[in-house]
Design a protein around this ligand. Structure first.
Ligand SMILES: NC(=O)c1ccc[n+]([C@@H]2O[C@H](COP(=O)([O-])OP(=O)(O)OC[C@H]3O[C@@H](n4cnc5c(N)ncnc54)[C@H](OP(=O)(O)O)[C@@H]3O)[C@@H](O)[C@H]2O)c1
Length: 322
């Protein structure tokens, strides 16, 4: 089985490439920059140049492909490029997949995107979900609220750097997922017939709200977080104002994401359905506290080493002066 992976250099995409190779698949990746994607080649993937915004660069990559995994996306804050990649680019991927009668198309979407048609990325994600459902392409869709890896920048790094963390008080609990586990489910779905034409919510078993994540980071880092509370009403007003101007549409979209997370409905039953279909014990999936513990252990050890080196340098400098 030969897989075509788009977005293989991304946070999740690279884990999907790795898992696919470990499981014996032939993997071809469409990449924009072959030098930057060289690590995928070293792992054993074939690299083909392609850009979703340049349709003529795509058809050749589809030769001999059995299944397509689309892990590409444009940064949600870049409204202008967004439509080219997350809408028109995807339409071409669907058309090409249809033309070669692909055996499976795996699409990665966002939790609750169907409830937010006024947010461009959400509207596009849901639009592609609908197109897949109405097509004859055998598909599997995975929906995520977020990855552990993105929480590092949001919480762990600001705590270590003593920078403020902005949170809202009444944000609902969310189940995040480690990208390695998300990749494992993607690849496993290829061997499970019952996952064809199905949508799966994906997350680890434990849910978290921002306060709990901050407390966890404080405990593991031994540092106090600098928390700034942002009110939901203020964000709504700000979003209304920023949405009025072309130059501030990106800010408006960012704020809209905060709103999505703050309104997330309980999706634990949907996640449990995923575990059931994939026949996995939720304990097999990594939990956020374990992931953060490993991160802080590595970072604090590295910071200790850097401190010791600079103390030694200072000592040596003083001795040489004496
Ligand atoms: N991150 C999250 O918390 C989150 C939450 C819910 C759902 N998701 C979904 O999960 C999927 C993976 O997300 P991610 O966070 O792993 O994404 P990511 O790290 O931002 O990676 C995006 C990938 O898309 C590629 N790409 C961007 N523009 C392209 C273009 N014009 N042509 C070809 N490739 C292009 C990038 O390639 P370059 O290396 O060339 O830039 C990169 O490999 C996406 O569908 C995303 O919407 C993510």
């Amino acid at each position: 089985m030969t897989l075509l992976i788009i977005g293989g250099t991304g946070l999740l995409g690279r884990q999907i490439v790795r898992k696919a190779l470990e499981n014996g698949f032939e993997v071809r990746c469409i990449v924009r920059n072959k030098n930057a994607a060289n690590f995928l080649k070293e792992w054993g993937a074939e690299l083909v140049y392609g850009d979703l915004t340049l349709p003529e660069t795509l058809p050749l990559s589809f030769q001999g492909i059995t299944a397509v995994i689309d892990a590409s996306t444009r940064n949600a804050t870049d409204s202008i490029e967004l439509i080219k990649v997350d809408w028109y680019g995807k339409l071409i991927l669907l058309e090409l997949s249809n033309s070669i009668n692909v055996q499976r198309f795996i699409f990665l979407s966002i939790l609750n995107c169907e409830h937010y048609p006024d947010i461009p990325l959400m509207r596009m994600k849901y639009g592609i979900e609908k197109l897949l459902k109405d097509s004859t392409i055998p598909f599997t869709i995975f929906k995520y609220a977020g990855f552990f890896q993105t929480l590092i920048n949001e919480y762990a790094v600001p705590i270590l750097d003593q920078k403020p963390i902005r949170i809202m008080l009444d944000v609902k609990r969310i189940c995040y997922v480690d990208t390695q586990d998300a990749a494992f489910l993607c690849i496993k779905s290829l061997s499970l017939k019952k996952t064809v034409n199905k949508i799966f919510c994906t997350g680890s078993a434990q849910s978290w709200n921002p306060n709990e994540i901050i407390k966890l980071c404080e405990k593991l880092s031994g540092q106090k977080a600098n928390i700034k509370i942002v009110s939901k009403v203020f964000l709504k007003i700000l979003r209304g104002i920023t949405g009025l101007f072309e130059w501030s549409l990106n800010i408006s979209d960012r704020l809209a994401f905060v709103e999505v997370l703050s309104n997330s409905k309980n999706f634990i039953p949907a996640i449990e359905y995923t575990y059931k279909i994939f026949n996995i014990n939720p304990k097999e999936l990594l939990e956020l506290d374990f992931y953060f513990r490993e991160y802080f252990e590595i970072m604090l050890t590295m910071l200790d080493v850097v401190d010791n080196i600079s103390i030694d340098k200072n000592r040596n400098a003083k001795t040489s002066i004496i």
